[in-house]
Design a protein around this ligand. Structure first.
Ligand code: ARE
Ligand code: CA
Length: 480
């Protein structure tokens, strides 16, 4: 589906009470649907993602993996057969087709730095026998690095480029990606996924492959294949995300790290208004996120558990003009390793998010968070479509409240404190009353009322009265 059609689909879903011109920007927001089966993703594309204006889905790894219950079994490939706990090859192909028809592209998680980390021989989820350094039909011992730099050939020191790129990440058999046959074998796997219609790939553990190796592998793929490399920015480390931007985008971990302290202490600063953001790749190369499947189990301070604060973080990200956002949607857990709930057949249960209406106060372990269906999130996607490429104006930091304008297109405001706060934000929006898209937007039934809160712009100032831990956003299309 073309970008123009995709834009039309989002705008059809918007309920603009007056005939304001929407911005021309095509939807760009992605959603990471962690450990969600292919049949369920197909359903989400049709019921939720397409209608709500998501442009792409990041799936979990689709290849055959070790036969273990933990979610991270997906990150230990046994073969490149598309038979996993998340579904079959046929189901994967049908998902790509149905999502495409709904205007949503599929980005597959490509685990190509390594194979398994299993010291004892085993049989994969789809029945393929393997050993730590033997994968019938794919790789033999000579295709792997044995770095000889550390006691167990494991990475111990991230300040050593050689260790990071030739030793083993947590005992995972590390492919020699400088080898032509290894590159071709990986290339054939990625080509196979492209033949089923995927738009591109997340390159898992890209940091652990020299950028030249990744460049050679993805350079052999058809032009236009989208590549997003996972290169976690680490203090004092020699391997940096910038090395991977020549051939694609990267996940910019600094973005969420910068956002977190402001959410807890209420002190916001305007990034990037005077030049580059420090420790950020250029905006056209950055994929940004509030959290992902690793950080919600690690460094992220704000996750689904923080309800309203999580909404605020996502609202600020979606209102921003830096990078391409990917919203995260997983399942609740207390045990870091716990896999998503499975059926009696050992496949992950297909669940739907059509009914989810916001962050729940509490989640049972295994329950899906369904962030893609939260009205506040879909309202912010609408805001983003209207904001288009309008520049981000200097923000207003007022106590625990903060907000900024996307010039002439919309204004976002948040309050991270526990008391009600009134914040005024200068704007070039026309005077009038606007519906807040975070709390419901325009009332589709009446056309001249808001379903949620209503805010006023008068004499070049937008005034928001925000309750504790609340966000609001108004845009040109939501003026009464
Ligand atoms: C599991 C067990 C291990 C066991 C291994 C092999 O937990 O104890 O040794 O299996 O049997 C995921 C899980 C791992 C899991 C692995 C394989 O998170 O727990 O290991 O799957 O099943 C580094 C990498 C980065 C990586 C993170 C996790 O640079 O690429 O570590 N992220 C991706 C995925 C993960 C996945 C893998 C890679 C492996 O997103 O989900 O692991 O495919 C600093 C550095 C970072 C470093 C980070 C953590 O911040 O800057 O570079 O990230 O520390 O060490
Ligand atoms: Ca490697």
């Amino acid at each position: 589906m073309s970008a123009v059609l995709a834009t039309a689909a989002v705008l059809a879903a918007c309920t603009a009470p007056v005939g304001q011109e929407p911005a021309a920007a095509a939807p760009d927001v992605g959603i990471q649907l962690f450990q969600l089966p292919w049949t369920a993703i197909a359903e989400e594309c049709e019921t939720t993602l397409g209608p709500n204006g998501f442009a792409w889905v990041l799936t979990s790894p689709p290849q055959e993996h070790i036969d273990r219950e933990e979610w991270w079994a997906s990150y230990q490939p046994v073969s490149y057969d598309l038979e996993s706990r998340l579904g079959s090859r046929e189901e994967f192909a049908e998902m790509v087709e149905r999502c495409d028809a709904a205007g949503v592209e599929i980005i597959a998680d490509a685990v190509v730095n390594h194979m398994t980390g299993q010291d004892t021989p085993g049989v994969g989820f789809a029945g393929t026998p393997y050993e730590h350094y033997e994968y019938p039909g794919l790789y033999t011992d000579a295709d792997f690095h044995h770095c000889g730099l550390t006691s167990f050939d494991d990475i111990e020191d991230y300040t050593s480029r050689e260790q990071v790129q030739t030793c083993e990440l947590v005992n995972l058999a590390d492919l020699d990606t400088a080898s032509t046959t290894v590159r071709e074998t990986i290339g054939a796997y990625l080509d196979d996924l492209l033949s089923l219609g995927v738009a591109g790939f997340r390159i898992d553990a890209a940091k652990h492959m020299p950028a030249d190796d990744v460049a050679a592998i993805v350079g052999a793929l058809p032009e236009g294949t989208r590549i997003i490399s996972e290169v976690i920015r680490g203090g004092g480390e020699p391997v940096v995300p910038e090395e991977y931007t020549a051939f694609g985008e990267v996940f910019e971990f600094t973005y969420a790290r910068d956002l977190a302290p402001a959410l807890s202490n209420g002190v916001f600063s305007d990034p990037g208004l005077e030049g580059e953001r420090p420790l950020h790749v250029s905006p056209d190369r950055a994929v940004v996120f509030v959290d992902n499947h690793d950080t919600e189990r690690g460094e992220a301070d704000v996750t689904y558990r923080d309800g309203p604060l999580y909404v605020i973080a996502n609202a600020l990200m979606l209102a921003d003009d830096y990078g391409t956002p990917v919203v995260y949607s997983g399942y609740a857990f207390t045990d870091r390793d716990a896999g998503a709930p499975t059926t009696a057949d050992g496949v992950v249960e297909a669940t739907t998010c059509a009914e989810a209406d916001g962050p729940a106060g509490e989640y049972e372990d295994g329950e899906r968070t369904c962030v893609q269906s939260w009205p506040a999130i879909t309202g912010m996607l609408e805001f983003r479509a209207y904001a288009g490429d309008a520049p981000r104006m200097p923000g207003v930091d007022d106590g625990d409240a903060y907000g900024f304008e996307r010039e002439g297109r919309g204004v976002v405001a948040v309050n991270v404190g526990d008391e009600t706060h009134v914040i005024e934000i200068p704007t070039s929006l026309e005077d009038g009353s606007y519906c807040d898209v975070v709390s419901g937007g325009a009332d589709p039934a009446s056309g001249d009322r808001c379903a949620g809160a209503e805010y006023t712009v008068a004499d070049g100032v937008a005034t928001f009265e925000l309750g504790p831990a609340a966000a609001a956003a108004i845009h040109v299309g939501a003026r009464l």
